[in-house]
Design a protein around this ligand. Structure first.
Ligand code: CO
Length: 216
């Protein structure tokens, strides 16, 4: 713990040196324009990857970046971000080599986590031929990581919090990206949805281009 406290002192001093009013301004209010829904993986820190400071991105992370209609934690974050903070962009971010996705692909008896990952196993069964076409296990996992992001974007868009925001005329776009652990780059999966009528056409198109990209 000593290391953490020392790092914190140095970090706070650095931030104050850059901008003496930084913490005071932030303490009054946060006005993030983005909501990040990503994986808990320690190698995928939301703020750092996209170069945003404290106060600029609202974050929810869980194993394998899942959105579930029964998850009050995730949905409370989404509701607060959309209705109170009025974020304009939501980014569901998966990452290649995701351990959660790997576990869903090869279910072992890992206890509680198997239940959490069940929906990815179902998704893998739905796309079995595409996954079996992969050249190796790592390619297979990466394919499923991308499929999972497109699926989570669709699920999120179908949630009442998002649909009601659109019905009110609120400007809000849900995006899907995947992050590369090997190169540090964020890839846009081409599934940016800004209205209920776009859910089906845009997620189908993103899925189609994903399949074409891998199958050549
Ligand atoms: Co992960």
């Amino acid at each position: 713990m000593d290391r953490l406290f020392q790092n914190n002192l140095a970090w706070a001093a650095r931030m104050r040196a850059e901008d003496p009013a930084f913490f005071e301004d932030l303490a009054h209010q946060q006005t993030p324009r983005y909501l990040w829904i990503g994986c808990s993986d320690s190698r995928v820190p939301a703020n750092e990857i996209v170069g945003l400071k404290p106060g600029e991105v609202f974050v929810h992370r869980n194993v394998a970046n899942l959105v579930m209609h029964t998850d009050f934690n995730c949905l409370s974050v989404v509701q607060y971000a959309v209705e109170v903070l009025k974020v304009r962009q939501i980014v569901v971010t998966g990452h290649y080599g995701c351990g959660g996705v790997r576990a869903a692909l090869h279910p072992a008896d890992m206890g509680l986590i198997d239940n959490w990952l069940h929906s990815i196993s179902v998704l893998a069964k739905r796309h079995r031929a595409f996954l079996e076409d992969a050249r190796d296990e790592s390619d297979q996992i990466d394919r499923l990581c991308e499929l999972n992001v497109i699926e989570q974007v669709r699920i999120l868009c179908e949630n009442s919090v998002i649909r009601h925001a659109w019905l009110r005329g609120q400007e809000l776009t849900v995006n899907g990206c995947v992050y590369g652990l090997r190169d540090g780059l964020l890839k846009d999966l081409g599934v940016s949805i800004s209205a209920e009528s776009e859910i089906e056409p845009k997620s189908s198109r993103a899925l189609q281009s994903l399949l074409e990209r891998y199958l050549g």
